[in-house]
Design a protein around this ligand. Structure first.
Ligand SMILES: NC(=O)c1ccc[n+]([C@@H]2O[C@H](COP(=O)([O-])OP(=O)(O)OC[C@H]3O[C@@H](n4cnc5c(N)ncnc54)[C@H](O)[C@@H]3O)[C@@H](O)[C@H]2O)c1
Length: 278
């Protein structure tokens, strides 16, 4: 029989070294979770100055050891520089949260009705499509492959890739008319679906090395969107509200970054208030 382990022990990250990309909003929440559980955290932004400011805030708020680093997640050389610095300074890297992501929208239809596809299908610039695929999907591939050799050496590691419910379902277009916002772009949907299955593929190949790769798919988080949008959106959510920054992501990060998830591989943990359960 295996020895009993207390649940507090399973979630404890004391002394673990974590790298979190894209350190504002959900990235900040992820980093805060790891810091609160005892990890040493390196938080990245595109610019060093922003990274240092974010790191100082997190250190002050949590009392944890936090460093900031500049990282361009679409650039392999940038990944190598950051990861090598972490390994040189701390001797290892235990946790990677591939959180950074984005999209570029150079051409916005004036109203949703201007684009009958409601998905920017005809208006989308190919260069914008490629930008999103790089920022959301290529970035995750680069992060996993830069960190994996170090985790393989240690025969342990936890990688969490931020996907989205937009990688699982299409958008309900009834949300948008009159809301002041446009539906998300098709490349965002495709890139996040890619993250979910890339997580399964890499998860399977790294599992024998004691490296756990999983994904989180958040639904919409509240960021002062127009009232009409919030009303339309929350009507679709069984819990009747949008996600809350600083709260609703934290449990999923704690689970997938810690030994609490030591029998979970290639999973996509959905945090959407039930939106994709209808
Ligand atoms: N906010 C939501 O409701 C929501 C829902 C589902 C999924 N997500 C996903 O969760 C993650 C975080 O979301 P958020 O709302 O905090 O996003 P955000 O836009 O507030 O922050 C994203 C961060 O990624 C960084 N980033 C983007 N492209 C980069 C690049 N090429 N190199 C380096 N940094 C780059 C940005 O500078 C920013 O710091 C993203 O992957 C997003 O797609 C968010």
């Amino acid at each position: 029989m295996t020895a009993k382990v207390k649940v507090q022990q399973l979630f404890d990250l004391t002394g673990k070294v974590a790298l979190v990309t894209g350190g504002n909003n959900l990235g900040y929440d992820a980093a805060e979770t790891l810091a609160e559980l005892g990890a040493i955290v390196v938080i990245t932004r595109r610019e060093q100055e922003a990274a240092a400011r974010t790191a100082a805030q997190l250190a002050q708020e949590t009392g944890a050891e936090v460093a900031g680093a500049a990282l361009e997640v679409t650039d392999e050389a940038s990944w190598k520089a950051v990861v090598e610095d972490i390994v040189a300074k701390y001797g290892r890297i235990d946790i990677l949260i591939n959180n950074a992501g984005g999209r570029k929208v150079s051409v916005i239809p004036e109203t949703v009705e201007d684009d009958p596809s409601f998905e920017f299908l005809e208006t989308r610039l190919l260069e914008d499509w490629k930008y999103t695929m790089d920022a959301n999907l290529t970035s995750v591939f680069l992060g996993c492959r830069t960190v994996a050799p170090h985790m393989k050496g240690a025969r342990s590691g936890k990688i969490i890739n931020m996907a989205s419910i937009d990688g699982i379902v299409g958008r309900d277009l009834r949300i948008y008319p009159g809301s002041g916002l446009s539906p998300t772009v098709p490349d965002y949907l495709a890139s996040k679906a890619g993250v979910i299955n890339l997580t399964k593929g890499i998860g399977v190949s790294l599992a024998p090395f004691g490296i756990y790769v999983n994904a989180i798919s958040p639904g919409g988080f509240y960021r002062e969107q127009p009232d009409k949008f919030v009303e339309n959106y929350t009507r679709l959510v069984p819990l009747g509200r949008m996600g809350r920054d600083r709260i609703d992501l934290k449990g999923s990060i704690a689970y997938l970054a810690s030994s609490a998830s030591d029998y979970t591989v290639g999973h996509n943990l959905v945090i959407d208030g039930g939106l994709t359960s209808w």
